[in-house]
Structures are given as structure tokens and as C-alpha cells.
Design a binder for this molecule. Structure first.
Ligand code: HEC
Length: 119
């Protein structure tokens, strides 16, 4: 009588190969679910705090798309007219959610904080 050997090395290799492929597929899981980011100055530069009412309006109206980085790099002697034109440009060209009635207060804050009237 010959004893039959049910255990073979090839079956061990098969299980090992299946295990390897399973872990490999986990490693290569598609990452398409990851949100696509739009690159704007993402440096987190904060708007300079102020007691002026325009500060809160700026936080509400100006923080969605970019940090305060852009404001920091405007010429320090920028006039109220310059800042108002910038706010209107944000509103009209880029659809910033600025109410017409808030433009004056935001302009005052920007001029006194970043422009010619800065302390
Ligand atoms: C809907 C998105 C959006 C909002 C909200 C927004 N901005 Fe901008 N802002 C932009 C983009 C885009 C640019 C870059 C424009 C360019 O490169 O010409 C920009 C540029 C700027 C600049 C650089 C100077 C210039 O004229 O390009 C300043 C200063 C600025 N924003 C201030 C503000 C202020 C103040 C507010 C709030 C009243 C604001 N932004 C709200 C999109 C936005």
C-alpha cells in the first residue's frame, strides 16, 4: 500500500500567492475619492485683528478663496480708492459675497490696517 500525500508545496505557494495579491490590491486602492484642491495662497496668513466693524465683515466675505496674504503684499501707501476698487473687483470679477452696503466698512478696515492710514 502506498500512502497518498495530500500536502503539496504547490498548494502552499498558491495560498501565499493569493495572500500576496490581496495585500497588493489593498496597497493600490484607487485614491480618486480624495478631494481635488484648488491652489490659491494656502499659507493661512490671518487677517490682522481690529476693533473696526470691517474686520468681521472681511473675515466673513474675504476668507473663502484666499488668506490675507494678498492684502499683506499690496503697497503700504494704498489709498481708500485703491482698496475700494479691490473690494469691488473681488465682488464683481470673482463673485465674492460682498453686499454693496458693506463695501465702505471693508474699505475702511483695509485702508487703516494695510493701506495709507495704517497705524
Ligand atoms: C470668490 C473668491 C474670492 C473672494 C471671496 C475674495 N477674493 Fe480676493 N482674490 C481672488 C482671486 C482669484 C485673486 C487673484 C487675482 C489675480 O491674480 O489677478 C484675488 C486677489 C486679491 C488681492 C490681490 C490684488 C488684486 O487686485 O488681485 C487682494 C488685495 C484681495 N484679493 C483682497 C480681497 C478682499 C479684501 C476680499 C473681500 C472683500 C476678497 N479678496 C475676497 C478671489 C477672491
Amino acid at each position: 500500500m502506498t500512502k497518498t500525500k495530500h500536502f503539496t508545496w504547490s498548494s502552499v505557494a498558491g495560498i501565499a500567492a493569493m495572500t500576496y495579491m490581496t495585500s497588493a490590491s489593498l496597497l493600490f486602492t484607487p485614491t480618486s475619492a480624495v478631494a481635488k484642491d484648488i491652489e490659491l495662497p494656502g499659507d493661512g496668513t490671518l487677517w490682522r485683528p481690529s476693533a473696526l466693524p470691517g474686520y468681521q465683515l472681511t473675515l466673513q466675505n474675504c476668507s473663502a478663496c484666499h488668506s490675507a496674504h494678498y492684502a499683506e503684499y499690496q503697497p503700504p501707501n494704498s489709498s481708500p480708492a485703491y482698496w475700494q476698487a479691490t473690494v469691488v473687483k473681488m465682488q464683481k470679477a470673482f463673485k465674492a459675497p460682498v453686499s454693496d452696503s458693506d463695501i465702505a466698512l471693508i474699505t475702511e478696515y483695509l485702508t487703516q490696517t494695510y493701506g495709507e492710514n495704517r497705524k
